[in-house]
Design a protein around this ligand. Structure first.
Ligand code: NAD
Length: 422
């Protein structure tokens, strides 16, 4: 590849740059001026922390982490914490902006936040992960809290990690603070239905998108990239809805069966990081998985999986993004021109933050809802969000991603003006 081509490729894959472009286009279309864009194009605060963690062999390792808070004009910031070797400051910033858009679409009283630590928990023992989680909370404790910035799980963090973090924060503050973090175990104030909420929201979007496209879910061929929290529950929901899940993958490869995979058996055999393909001999690559002939494709793993390099080879009629940022802006354009209905991440995976909001409300009230109540409220908010974005796309003649950004950023733009910040 020439130097120019490499630079263009890097530009396409820089999630912060492409997010800023989307925000600028959305604000322009809504009639907001440059000052609002200047304020909202970057998080208002990004903290970088470096902290030591004692490893099991007695050595000390120094880790780097971030916490980005996009904007708190609407309310406290909210968003997950990611443990991954590829975490970067730009990625965390972009993820915090996406959280603002998600909260705006769903009408939640939050701005966006996000955190990340550069580490690989797959190569760490349980006690090492606990010491890392607690040390990260101590490092960011000044800027987070139940009315400031409320974390949650993300890639390679789970309810156990949330439990350690909640306990550490409560010890620092010297009072029990379940409302500091969401995605907790039920015994510590977690919400029923939180574990499966992201996938449940994705499933609702798939149902609505299939209705728009005139596709019957019964017998539809579904491919899911990623078999962690979002991907595995989603595969199960699709399987139970009568669809045929013909492909799934993890970080190490993918498995494919035209007759439909046995999802229940895969769920039993996967590990806590969503790894299952290592158990199989006949695997295909993640690239081949994405290009399988199917009706519905759900990227539920990591960023930049569908780019201008492979967008033309995608055969799905509907793509619902469970992962954050799996499709680049260039690829979105190519897919839209091909007639693919693409439901963007900021709408598709918003079920997670919606039920996290329900968890925070329940913690604040000290009064807990049944799983049926959680699901009913999630269904209502997801359907309303889907319809609002679809109507905006139709009325403004845009794709669903731009429409979602317009719906999502509007309330924040209003809030910063009403507060007199611009
Ligand atoms: P997870 O860690 O539970 O699972 C991630 C899955 O992706 C695993 O199966 C892993 O093997 C696979 N994976 C990792 N690297 C890969 C690669 N290079 N190629 C293919 N597969 C790879 O994470 P999760 O919580 O399911 O999150 C997945 C995506 O969904 C992320 O983008 C996350 O930000 C997004 N998301 C999650 C939630 C949530 O509540 N869990 C909410 C909103 C968005």
């Amino acid at each position: 590849m020439s130097t120019v081509a490499v630079a263009q490729k890097d530009e396409e894959l820089n999630v912060l740059v492409s997010t800023q472009e989307m925000i600028q286009i959305a604000l322009n279309k809504l009639g907001y001026g440059q000052e609002v864009y200047e304020l909202l194009k970057e998080p208002m605060r990004t903290l970088t922390v470096r902290f030591p963690v004692r490893m099991d062999d007695g050595s000390v390792q120094v880790f780097t982490g971030y916490r980005a808070q996009h904007n708190n004009a609407v309310g406290p910031t909210k968003g997950g914490i990611r443990f991954h070797p590829d975490v970067t400051e730009d990625e965390v910033k972009a993820l915090s902006i996406w959280m603002s858009i998600k909260c705006g679409i769903a009408g939640l009283p939050y701005g966006g936040g996000k955190g990340g630590v550069i580490c690989d928990p797959r190569s760490m023992s349980f006690p090492e992960q606990e010491r890392l989680a607690r040390a990260y909370v101590r490092a960011i404790s000044q800027i987070v809290g139940p009315t400031k910035d409320i974390p949650a799980p993300d890639v390679m963090t789970n309810s156990q990690v949330m439990a350690w973090m909640m306990d550490e924060y409560s010890q620092i503050r010297e009072f029990d603070s379940p409302n500091f973090i969401t995605g907790k175990p039920i015994a510590l104030g977690g919400s029923l239905g939180r574990d499966s909420s992201t996938a449940r929201g994705v499933a609702i979007c798939i149902r609505e998108a299939a209705r728009v496209k005139g596709i019957t879910l019964e017998g539809a061929r579904v491919v899911v990239q990623g078999f962690g929290n979002a991907g595995s529950y989603l595969a199960k929901f699709m399987h139970d809805a009568g669809a045929k899940v013909i492909g799934i993958s993890d970080a190490y490869g993918a498995i494919h069966d035209e007759n439909g995979l046995d999802i229940d058996s895969l769920l039993e055999r996967r590990d806590s990081f969503g790894t299952v393909t290592k158990l199989f001999k006949n695997t295909i690559t993640n690239k081949e998985l994405l290009e399988l002939d199917c009706d519905i494709l759900v990227p539920a793993a990591i960023e930049n999986q569908i780019t201008k390099e492979n967008a033309n080879d995608i055969k799905a009629k509907i793509i619902v993004e469970a992962a954050n940022g799996p499709t680049t802006m260039e690829a979105t354009k190519i897919l839209t021109e091909k007639g693919v209905l693409l439901i963007p991440d900021v709408l598709g995976n918003s079920g997670g933050v919606i039920v996290s909001y329900f968890e925070w409300v329940q913690n604040n009230q000290g009064y807990y809802w049944t799983e049926a109540e959680v699901e009913e409220r999630l269904e209502a908010l997801m359907v309303r969000s889907f319809e609002t974005v679809l109507h905006t796309a139709q009325a403004r003649n845009t794709d669903m991603r731009l429409a979602a950004y317009m719906v999502g950023i509007k309330r924040m733009a209003e809030a910063v003006e009403l507060r007199g910040w611009v």
